[in-house]
Design a protein around this ligand. Structure first.
Ligand code: HEM
Length: 304
């Protein structure tokens, strides 16, 4: 069997029945309701037990690759045949353009090479003091707090402090509260964009929060653009993500990134790193609170 357009695969892929392909069928209305409520619930239930699931909703056919061996096959041996697809570009493209997360092919490769050295083991170890300082600041904030805390907001704040410190050398020019709010305002209505994409609706259709989301993107891009201009104008180099992007040169053409491309990537790292980690950490806290064995392991590790 051949699948043409899958969730993150934009090219034709051979999917033999021998892989155990299972077809998922759900009423479109229930998928829409789940997407608007909680996108995780919009996943076909089969993805939690089958290796390969094909789901058709609206005008979109999605192939979920769930088996670790197949995932490895797809992401390593077949990576050259796969693209990121139009969904992520339609939803995140207005904010992060053609940065690392949304780019494909050669444009992706040279951006990836440009930042690779920032993620080497030694470099990551060097980030530890900033991470520990952010955790300590959070701890002090919590101790001084008079009442209950919003753990989601607290984790957003902590991860943002780490991202700004490690990726942008702790730039003081960013208004942390405003940037955090702008990211949330941009991401909040993206569920509607997922639904529109599912049914091939035109991108100009209105949805709740659209105007706020646009204003947020403009604010974020302007703030980060200011940082780029400031760094270009100064002589001091800091060896952080921003410097790596400024120094990057395409190995084929030798061209450097322009300001808009650098902002694409800064915003990619700020949003991709901030939102994902911040949302994952409260889950960890819940597990930690409710599982004695996890508490024990955590305390052993932190003492080691
Ligand atoms: C628990 C935390 C995280 C989760 C669950 C997560 C999840 C993901 C996933 C699923 C992708 C692939 C998306 C796709 O190709 O469609 C991705 C890509 C990416 N993530 Fe994360 N991420 C996390 C933390 C971070 C952090 C901390 C950073 C930055 C400091 C980051 C930066 C990126 C970037 C730049 C990409 C694009 C990579 C590429 O295409 O080469 N992520 N992440």
């Amino acid at each position: 069997m051949t699948v043409k357009s899958a969730m993150t695969m934009s090219t034709t892929l051979d999917v033999s029945e021998s892989f155990g392909l299972v077809e998922s069928r759900r009423p479109a209305l229930s998928v829409i309701a789940s997407l608007l409520r909680n996108p995780l619930q919009a996943m076909p239930p089969e993805v939690y037990r089958e290796k390969l699931v094909l789901a058709k909703t609206g005008g979109r056919t999605s192939l979920y690759v769930c088996d670790p061996a197949l995932i490895q096959e797809a992401l390593t041996k077949q990576a050259g045949k796969l693209g990121k697809g139009d969904l992520i570009r339609q939803v995140l493209g207005p904010a992060i353009g053609e940065g690392l997360l949304t780019a494909d092919g050669a444009h992706w490769r040279w951006q990836r090479q440009a930042v690779a050295s920032g993620f080497q083991h030694e470099k990551l170890i060097g980030f530890l003091p900033a991470m520990i300082a952010a955790a300590q600041a959070t701890h002090e904030r919590w101790q001084a707090a008079p009442g209950p805390l919003d753990i989601g907001h607290e984790m957003m704040r902590t991860t943002f402090d780490i991202i700004v410190e490690t990726m942008l050398s702790g730039s003081q020019a960013l208004d942390v509260g405003k940037v955090e709010q702008a990211i949330s305002d941009y991401l909040e209505p993206t569920n509607f964009m997922f639904v529109y994409n599912l049914f091939g609706a035109p991108g100009w259709l209105p949805y709740p929060g659209r105007r706020k989301a646009r204003a947020s993107v403009a604010y974020l891009r302007e703030s980060l653009g200011g940082l780029v201009a400031e760094r270009r104008a100064g002589s001091q180099r800091r060896g952080d993500l921003l410097d790596m992007l400024l120094d990057a040169a395409d190995p084929e053409t030798g061209r450097a990134m322009d300001d808009a491309e650098i902002v694409d990537n800064l915003l990619t790292f700020v949003t991709a790193g901030h939102e994902t980690t911040a949302l994952g950490l409260p889950g960890r806290c819940i597990c930690w609170r409710s599982t004695a064995s996890m508490r024990k392991r955590f305390s052993q590790r932190s003492q080691a």
